[in-house]
Write a protein that binds this ligand. Structure first.
Ligand code: SF4
Length: 210
């Protein structure tokens, strides 16, 4: 179990899955640069994070609710939590996370959603079997079962996040296609620093040659 002082932002999970160096630059070195993608995402989240609640039939909707898990060492806010009325009169929480773009190839969005569900389970002492991701670009909502594989991946990602932040070390850049859409490319300089590493490796290799 973590303590209150150990808690890390839940949103850092998606930074970690996207790129460990990006995660370290943001959460260890406090670097942040906004580009069109992050600005649109921020505005979207600011809108849905405005606290409030409403009822629609058998669904109650809570916006901007605080989340926390001492087991995972995470803290954050839910975009939306729906509470679905069950046949026995109880209310089943169902987290909904809003994303600016379209579904990604990596697991970052699903892991973030699952982490929200795990926070709710710990806070409300209930099982949260499903949740949904809403994508602004496609205007589509995708419902997901939060299965054992996703839960394990989420727990491992949270553990890795704590290891990275505790180490205080920012990994070196490795240039990849995703760097072109990274808001921190101008701070990270993956091509320049990556090449410098290659020259160092080249020189080390050359010096070892007989
Ligand atoms: S530019 Fe590339 S290596 Fe650097 S932080 Fe972004 S994704 Fe990671």
């Amino acid at each position: 179990m973590y303590t209150e002082d150990d808690l890390l932002p839940l949103s850092a999970l998606q930074h970690l899955i996207f790129c460990e160096r990006q995660c370290a630059l943001i959460h260890i070195e406090q670097a942040w640069a906004e580009n069109l993608f992050t600005a649109e995402g921020r505005i979207m989240h600011e809108r849905v994070h405005e606290e409030g609640s409403e009822s629609r039939g058998d669904i109650r909707i809570k916006r901007g609710a605080p989340l926390r898990s001492l087991r995972l060492g995470l803290i954050g806010k839910a975009d939306v939590i729906e509470f679905h009325r069950q046949a026995d009169g109880s209310w089943q929480p169902f987290p909904v996370e809003y994303k600016r773009g379209k579904p990604k190839k990596d697991d970052s969005d699903r892991v973030q959603l699952c982490a929200q569900a795990l926070c709710l389970e710990e806070m409300l002492k209930v099982f949260v079997p499903d949740g949904a991701l809403f994508y602004g670009k496609t205007r589509r909502r995708l419902d997901f079962a939060l299965d054992g594989t996703l839960r394990k991946l989420t727990e491992e990602t949270a553990m890795r996040l704590h290891e990275l932040i505790d180490s205080g070390r920012t990994p070196k850049p490795v240039y990849a296609k995703k760097c072109d859409s990274c808001s921190l490319v101008g701070v990270c300089l993956p091509k320049t620093i990556g090449k410098r590493g290659s020259v160092q490796r080249y020189l080390l290799g050359a010096m070892r040659e007989p």
